[in-house]
Design a protein around this ligand. Structure first.
Ligand SMILES: [Zn+2]
Length: 217
């Protein structure tokens, strides 16, 4: 069992938005299943959490619709490298871009919006896909004395994986609570094909994949 220290452990809640759930614009299979799983963790041992929220302007460069002749899930080369293209999703101020209405936000201290720059996509909670522009999350976590981050949310093989990898590189203890995440299963230029490849690569980098039942209540 893993004992949570409420002072130095934090729950990371990645992109728990209807746009990434069945019925949304970019649905992750069973994406809505993370909501009760995350709520249980927020009601339990964790006292602090941060959330990310994908938040795109119309015509964002990650949308296939912004690239004539391209379809969703094709890749293009942007100024910073390979970028997977997506259906239009997470449109700023749309209902589906809000945090899920059933998410218990009372212990969420900080919400990081990402993907606001029309020219740069942003998977990681820490850094945009140009791998230069930071979100400020690292400074906020350091100022609060956070040592370990437990990730939940969507999608396992993109925004969760990129966030977890960056967190490990920054020196945090990093856990992915697998049953509080769901994945897409698409090829990712950084992690290879799908959820198993993401898990393999991240495990090599010291990220631990756990189940919610391993966390002491
Ligand atoms: Zn997005």
């Amino acid at each position: 069992m893993i004992a949570i220290d409420p002072a130095t452990d934090i729950l990371g809640v990645v992109d728990v938005q209807p746009t990434f759930m069945p019925g949304g614009e970019l649905p992750v299979p069973e994406g809505d299943a993370v909501v009760p799983a995350v709520n249980r963790l927020l009601a339990g041992p964790f006292r602090h959490a941060f959330a990310t929220q994908d938040w795109h302007p119309p015509g964002h460069s990650s949308f296939a619709s912004a690239h004539p002749g391209k379809a969703p899930y094709d890749t293009v080369t942007l100024a910073y490298g390979l970028q997977t293209l997506w259906p239009d999703h997470a449109l700023q101020s749309s209902a589906n871009a809000a945090l899920h209405p059933d998410l218990d936000t009372r212990r969420i201290d900080l919400i990081i919006r990402k993907g606001n720059d029309p020219a740069i996509d942003s998977y990681s909670a820490f850094m945009e896909n140009d791998r230069i522009t930071v979100t400020g999350l690292h400074g906020w976590l350091r100022a609060r004395g956070v040592r370990r981050i437990f990730f939940t949310g969507l999608a396992t093989d993109f925004c969760v994986a990129w966030s977890a990898e960056d967190a490990a590189a920054l020196g945090y203890g990093v856990f992915v609570i697998a049953d509080a995440c769901r994945g897409i299963g698409l090829p990712d230029p950084r992690h290879g094909d799908g959820i198993a490849a993401a898990r393999h690569r991240l495990t090599q980098r010291g990220v631990r994949w756990i189940g919610a039942e391993e966390i002491a209540g």
